[in-house]
Design a protein around this ligand. Structure first.
Ligand code: DAH
Length: 357
């Protein structure tokens, strides 16, 4: 018994980790462990012998069990100490002042516009950039042979040979998000959808990928008057001016009826844009009352609900607001350009603090 005790206590003390300790436990106290087997032998002993051996064996078993538990706790403590020694971070190190990147003006402008429309009860909706031609065209009342399909210089995704389902497209505008939003949320609703759009076009004022923001409001009593107020509020807030004057010019889009292109009164002095004054007009967006067929495509009953919608080119109004001359610079990934035009990462635009400071 003394020999057993010495051997196992030594083995417990010598176990270097939890796995080794577990082996010691199994060897002593496991089903086929040495001490367990000895306990089983008690049954074959004479009552006198058993009375002496039984308590001794039990005491030994308890002693080894508590040695195991103590060693296990000690190993866990040591492991924790070890981690604390290696996994540390010097929080007293000074911050690194050099800003490698900043917030891109496009992101900034998206945040600004989102803040403005959120204040008017619009939430942000999203849709995929690879879109079916139904969402991108048909659902928006642009049928197969409509000239808009070709005017939009669409990128078509390839299909494997023999697969003649209609191809997917890189969405040419954010308008398909209107349909998705109506289908998912039903009426009434108010959403904006900022995002990337694609057209096969490249020059000083066109890039194959650019950004739009779609707006859609659907309710029981909406008219052009609501659209006009909403856009005036937006322009005033966005350009951070007291008053902004808009001109609605009759136009045509397949997905709105009536449709209007919207111009903003402005002046250019010494290459500086002033909004709200002057004799120039600058086109900034397309808009109109949602076509009944478009409401239907979104599963909304046009005899019950009306909607207004608008689409804004984000890149263009970012260039106007921040005096950026060339569209292509947005996508050159030039850090010097970004440091010049970029915004600090923690300056999140809000209406109460001021959008752009
Ligand atoms: N989707 C149009 C374009 O890309 C822009 C547009 C015009 C969107 C009028 C609208 C709208 O929602 O009502 O040229």
């Amino acid at each position: 018994m003394d020999d057993l005790r010495d051997r196992y206590l030594a083995a417990v003390a010598g176990a270097a980790d939890e796995a080794a300790l577990e082996e010691v436990r199994l060897a002593a106290l496991g089903k086929k462990g040495e001490i367990s087997l000895k306990m089983r032998e008690l049954g074959g002993m004479s009552p006198e012998d058993r009375q002496i051996a039984g308590p001794k064996l039990n005491a030994l078993k308890d002693e080894i069990a508590s040695a195991l538990a103590a060693r296990k706790a000690a190993l866990a403590d040591a492991a924790l100490d070890d981690r604390l020694r290696t996994e540390w971070l010097d929080v007293t190190l000074p911050g690194r002042p050099r800003r490698e990147g900043t917030i891109h003006p496009i992101s900034q402008v998206m945040e600004e516009i989102t803040a403005i429309f959120a204040d008017m009860g619009f939430s942000v909706a999203e849709g995929p950039q690879i879109e079916s031609d139904w969402y991108n065209f048909d659902a928006l009342n642009i049928p197969a042979e409509h000239p808009t399909r070709t005017e939009m210089d669409t990128f078509y995704m390839a299909r494997p040979d023999g697969d003649d389902r209609p191809p997917h497209v890189l969405r040419t505008h954010t308008s398909p998000v209107q349909i998705r939003a109506m289908q998912h949320q039903g009426a009434p609703l108010r959403v904006i959808a900022p995002g990337r759009v694609y057209r096969s076009d490249y020059d000083q004022t066109h890039t194959p990928m650019f950004h739009q923001l779609e707006g859609l409001a659907v309710d029981r009593d909406l008219s052009m008057a609501n659209l006009k107020w909403c856009l005036e509020e937006f322009v005033r807030a966005f350009f951070e001016v007291e008053k902004a004057e808009l001109r609605f010019r009759a136009s045509h889009f397949p997905f709105t009826e009536p449709s209007a292109e919207v111009d903003l009164r402005c002046s250019w002095k010494d290459g500086q844009l002033k909004v709200g004054e002057g004799d120039s007009w600058m086109e900034i967006l397309g808009s109109g009352m949602v076509h009944p067929k478009v409401l239907q495509a979104g599963n909304i009953d046009p005899s019950q609900f009306q909607g207004f919608a608008f689409g804004i080119g984000i890149d263009r109004i970012a260039m106007l607001k921040y005096g950026i001359p060339d569209l292509r610079a947005f996508f050159d990934s030039d850090l010097r350009w970004l440091r010049h035009y970029g915004f600090a990462g923690l300056d999140v635009p809000t209406l109460h603090r001021g959008l752009s400071r």
